[in-house]
Design a protein around this ligand. Structure first.
Ligand code: SAM
Length: 222
């Protein structure tokens, strides 16, 4: 058997911890370890190379739930990270897992809305991810104030309607973002499609961001 490197061991230990914690608090509908290895770990790491080659600096995972893709990406990329979710109970569980693996110097958590963090940490992030959080147009708006110029937002999507992509492309100039990469892959289970969209922050937004709490998701720009 191939020997796992330290980062793989940490990720395996984190996954085991989350599956155990999932019996106390609902973090994931996936309870089987082998399935979780594919749908949480393998999937989280699909855009690892993009994250490694993004500009240097802080990494953030927006809407992390049980820590995916945030924890595997932070561990594998070695970047300082902030794992963000509005549900404090979930973030507390992620923080406990991070602490128990001895990663608290590298990975921090934020229990609050992305819009709130954006007021405190304007332009602080070099790269952000978001998996299964909201539609593209909302993600580019939420990410824009957090990113420095040249910073990147990596969106994990499944099948994506062309109308969702077109709306995001239309809104990109307003929020200072640009789509720079779009690719798809099928996970090793042979049937889960993962589509990745990479956006770059190319200029300041043309409107004041963040707008009020909830607006990006409930009243998207158009
Ligand atoms: N990214 C994880 C995954 O793929 O397993 C969790 C996905 S879960 C469907 C979406 C998460 O995004 C929820 O935990 C929710 O609380 C969080 N979320 C949605 N909008 C948010 C916002 N504006 N600020 C912070 N967290 C948000």
């Amino acid at each position: 058997m191939l020997e796992l490197d330290k980062s793989d061991q940490l990720i395996d230990a984190y996954l085991a911890y989350i599956l155990e914690a999932n019996q106390r608090i609902n973090l994931t509908r996936i309870t089987d370890l082998d399935t979780a290895k594919i749908l949480h770990v393998e999937d989280s790491l699909v855009p690892l190379q993009d994250i490694i080659s993004a500009p240097e600096g802080l990494y953030g995972d927006m809407g992390t739930g049980g820590g995916f893709p945030g924890v595997p990406i932070a561990v594998k990329s070695g970047r300082k990270a902030v794992i963000i979710d509005s549900v404090k109970k979930k973030v507390n569980v992620v923080q406990e897992g991070v602490d128990s693996l001895g990663l608290s110097n590298q990975i921090d958590t934020y229990g609050g809305r992305i819009e709130e963090l954006a007021k405190e940490r304007k332009g602080a992030f070099a790269v952000l991810t978001a998996r299964a959080v909201t539609q593209l147009v909302s993600l580019i708006e939420l990410a824009s104030p957090l990113l420095k110029i040249g910073g990147q937002l990596i969106c994990y999507k499944a099948q994506t309607e062309q109308s969702e992509i077109d709306l995001a492309l239309k809104v990109c100039p307003k929020v200072g973002m640009k789509l720079i990469k779009d690719y798809s892959t099928v996970l090793s289970d042979g049937n889960t499609l993962r589509r990745i969209f990479v956006f770059e922050k190319v200029s300041p937004a043309q409107l004041k961001l963040p707008r009020k709490i909830g607006a990006a998701q409930h009243n998207p720009l158009s």
